[in-house]
Design a protein around this ligand. Structure first.
Ligand code: NAD
Ligand code: ZN
Length: 376
């Protein structure tokens, strides 16, 4: 029986409020409106940004919401005005849209787009418009995607069509974590061959940054984490040195400076902690060191002494690794299919959507790199 043109009832993990476990509910997913695509979600990763919304940021108007933004799907039906997609297409919903027409899309200097959910909803991490309801209430769509649901509706400017041979339960990592870390190294830091790099935080984002530094030809890649269980994985992606700040009494920037004769050429903060952001900057060599903020937080100010910057260091930020989603994500999928990049090595756990709270606990307790949830 066709679902086209009808409201779909399906399972989703609803976050009714901050700090509470997600609840598996039956939700109603509306038909796609003009320029929208309704898709069946096949698989999704759990990213720290989902945990940030639930436990750290806890925005006042950000609930109830369906989290999840690292997913893959298959187009079920399209709304009026959609010509680029057809039912059956394999797709990745994007938290960074690419309308192709706004001032930002027209510039090669940024991957941000002035359209899409973020134009009005950075505070609550969703636009006010949603195609979801549950128990008679409107439920928000996190970053315009909401992949912890068997079906979702996404504007076509935030959907990438990918190679039909791609394994959807693996390439979902390219919807966020892996593109974010890899691109932060390659596109934002612009890591150079022969350089020395330091990566702070070795979750999927940090490990992808290690992979990016390695593929850019860095000669030394120092992996920094408070959890020494992460070091073995970092070696797989190309890290050469391993530092646990808890093993040292002096500030980590001094430890790295001594190890590298004055500081690293490039550092990437993949934790989401303003203290670590400062340490990462101050671990860079004076004169030309570049430090990139990748970790997500908007709760505190970040600080350093002006001389750090006057002395020639550059402080930058990276959003989704600088990738323009619609254009670049299919190419990253192709690179994986051509065996030019690792993805399987990030996956430590697989479970059904019903176990989403276990997946969240694994990440909270530092016991996983990525858990992939299956929605079928
Ligand atoms: P994760 O929780 O899997 O990994 C974080 C790692 O940081 C863990 O290994 C943890 O042990 C380590 N860590 C914690 N405190 C530390 C400290 N003081 N020093 C060194 N290491 C420390 O998270 P993830 O999914 O890899 O995401 C990492 C960050 O990237 C999060 O802040 C996430 O929100 C952010 N993020 C940003 C973007 C973007 O577009 N900029 C996109 C996705 C995720
Ligand atoms: Zn993410």
């Amino acid at each position: 029986m066709t679902t086209v043109g009808k409201v779909i009832k399906c399972k989703a993990a609803v976050a009714w409020e901050a700090n509470k476990p997600l609840v598996i509910e039956e939700i109603e997913v509306d038909v796609p409106h003009a320029n929208e695509i309704r898709m069946k979600i096949i698989a999704t990763g759990v990213c720290h940004t989902d945990l940030y919304h639930l436990f750290e940021g806890k925005p006042k108007d950000g609930f109830p919401v369906v989290l999840g933004h690292e997913g893959t799907g298959i187009v079920e039906s399209v709304g009026p005005g959609v010509t680029e997609f057809q039912p059956g297409d394999k797709v990745i919903p994007l938290f960074v849209s690419q309308c192709g027409e706004c001032r930002f899309c027209q510039s090669p200097k940024t991957n941000q787009c002035l359209e899409g959910w973020s134009s009005g909803g950075h505070e609550r991490m969703s636009s006010l418009e949603t195609r979801f309801t549950c128990r008679g209430q409107k439920v928000l769509q996190f970053t315009g995607t909401s992949t912890f649901s068997q079906y979702t509706v996404v504007n076509q400017i935030a959907v990438a069509k990918i190679d039909p041979s791609a394994p959807l339960d693996t390439v979902c990592l390219l919807a966020c974590g892996v593109c974010t870390g890899f691109g932060a190294a390659v596109n934002t830091a612009k890591v150079e061959p022969g350089s020395t790099c330091a990566i702070f935080g070795l979750g999927a984002v940090g490990l992808a940054a290690v992979m990016g530094c390695h593929s850019a030809g860095a000669k030394r890649i120092i992996a920094v984490d408070l959890n020494p269980d992460k070091f073995e994985k970092a070696k797989v992606f190309g890290a050469t040195d391993f530092v646990n700040p808890n093993d040292h009494s002096e500030p980590i920037s001094q430890v790295l400076s001594k190890m590298t004769n004055g500081g690293v050429d490039f550092s990437l903060e993949c934790v989401g902690n303003v203290g670590v952001m400062r340490n990462a900057l101050e671990s860079c060599v004076q004169g030309w060191g570049v430090s990139v903020v990748v970790g997500w937080t908007d709760l505190h100010d970040v600080a350093t002494r002006p001389l750090q910057l006057i002395g020639g260091r550059t402080w930058k930020g990276s959003y989704f690794g600088g990738f323009k989603g619609k254009h670049d994500v299919p190419q990253m999928v192709k690179a994986y299919l051509d065996k030019k990049g690792k993805l399987d090595e990030f996956i430590t756990h697989r479970m059904p959507l019903e176990s989403v709270n276990d997946a969240i606990d694994l990440m909270k307790n530092g016991k996983c790199i990525r858990t992939i949830l299956s929605l079928e």
